[in-house]
Design a protein around this ligand. Sequence first.
Ligand code: SF4
Length: 282
Amino acid sequence: MSTYTNVHRLPQSIVAAVTNDPYVGGGYISTTKLIDSPRIRQLTAINRDRITTDVSERVWTLLGQAVHTILERAGLKDGSALVEERLYATICGWTVSGQFDVLSVADRKLSDFKVTTTFKQHGSDSWTQQLNVLRWLANQNGHTVDTLEIVAIYRDWRKTEAQRNPDYPQAAIGVIPVPVWSLEDTVEFVTQRVLLHREAAEGVEVHCSDAERWYSGDTWAIIKPGGKQALKVLETVPNAADVPDGYEMQLRKGEYKRCAHYCDVSAFCSQWADTQAQQEEG
Ligand code: SF4
């Protein structure tokens, strides 16, 4: 079990709510873990007793779990929908488990609720992966699903921005359609992920990908010498035409944001230690 700190002296009610996490993973590997980094899962398993997390870092997870209360109040358990059911299926000798929020039986639609930011108003690769794995699990358990969607609750939504910008979410809650893969492609994806996790569990060193490390990528700022405010920031090396007279281009090295700020096992990770050593040298 990881240890919790309370650096910001938050009320005991919050501490208790975070530490009494009702999440029950079940199965050999959950959908969330399956689509995430095998290295993080392995380092977490090895260092479970040494991981320290501050309760303040779990507040969005806590709010995400409040969806459970919303669905209970909605009273959908009248036969028209299945609510918060955990499903299991076995592949390559491993049991994969996943819990969906709502499966509308009549319209064959699976909905997942997320407390998120407006930055993700068009969805994300990890949501697409997660929901397609849930669709595969539903299929393995006798349910047909044709449509996938995220019901997004935007924790940073601002009414003034919605009035100013038509491309911004127009309400604090919205539905995001999720691309549906073929079941064959999903089986291939799940198989590859299980094999990767199995390798890591067997002691093979599996590195995190740039995507798993939330690497921001290098950028080039077009800026006046000594200036602070960039005229523009490009994601590819600028051409001469991109740099007006009196300006210069400045390389801004990308950041491994998860390693640097959000990974619970970064203190035990040689890949991150190597990156930091290279950054200090370079
Ligand atoms: S510190 Fe970075 S590389 Fe290491 S496990 Fe965490 S995300 Fe992966």
